[in-house]
Design a protein around this ligand. Sequence first.
Ligand code: 2NE
Length: 270
Amino acid sequence: TVAKEQLREVRYEKAQGEGIAKITINRPEKRNAFTPRTVMEMSWCFADAREDPAIGVIILTGEGPLAFCSGGDQSVRGAGGYVGADGIPRLNVLDLQMQIRRLPKPVIAMVAGYAVGGGHILHMMCDLTIAADNAVFGQTGPKVGSFDAGYGSTQMARLVGQKKAREMWFLARLYDAQQAMDMGLVNTVVPLAELEPETLQWCREILKNSPTALRVLKSALNAAEDGQAGIQQLGGDATLLFYQSEEGNEGRQAYMDKRPPDFSRFKRLP
Ligand code: 2NE
């Protein structure tokens, strides 16, 4: 794990008073390829943004106009995963994908340049993608001896359909921003110079809306696809809401008062 003062491969910013956090993969010389450390740093930032009650939306992006993220850093790939300073091979980006998926706040991918390989999967895991007109999308795995048979395959098929997902993985072609838009991979395409202002505008529109509604909607949209794990997330939100109700509190209070609970005043709605 890492701490805030140890962030080296990622930049983390919060717009004061705005409710927006921005996580920037900061390895432009490698087209923002990630190492195990980059992933640990991103994970720390996402955890912080989740815990911070002032944050309502999180932007994930890459440094510079050339790349969002080019996937795993092939120069540190070893047998069994990507190898960091501790010499241990890791595929910790898979845990990061889950973290983004389960995070109860909207996460927006702001994509300029290449979003390829594991970088393409990261954008697919985000709730929304705003693309610059220079963005390029695709999977390279089969060309470099890799694949993601988890969300990288299943989430893609949900987004673009089975035929197109098989095309993307089997041929490992790259697609421009408009093609990605036509496939349903991204929400909008804007000129590069407007990428950040447009993304901020989307964040501000989201931030005007009910945080609880957004939280439950993200859970619900996940639950429809994630089986038991998705229901667990939605179920947790139901408990969170119930704990805030008088009815939920009556049970707890009765237990603490060592008396039988009295639920008689709570209506059974049709
Ligand atoms: C991204 C792309 C298409 C960009 O091409 P271009 O021509 O704009 O740049 P260039 O010259 O290829 O890259 C600039 C520098 O960045 C390094 C390059 O080696 C180069 O270094 P120098 O020659 O200047 O020293 N670089 C770029 N991407 C890198 C990477 N992923 N790892 C290490 N170094 C990288 C072009 O660079 C490209 O195709 N990159 C490779 C994309 C790729 O195959 N990614 C891995 C996919 S597998 C994966 O991510 C994965 C998975 O499938 C499952 C689990 C976890 C991860």
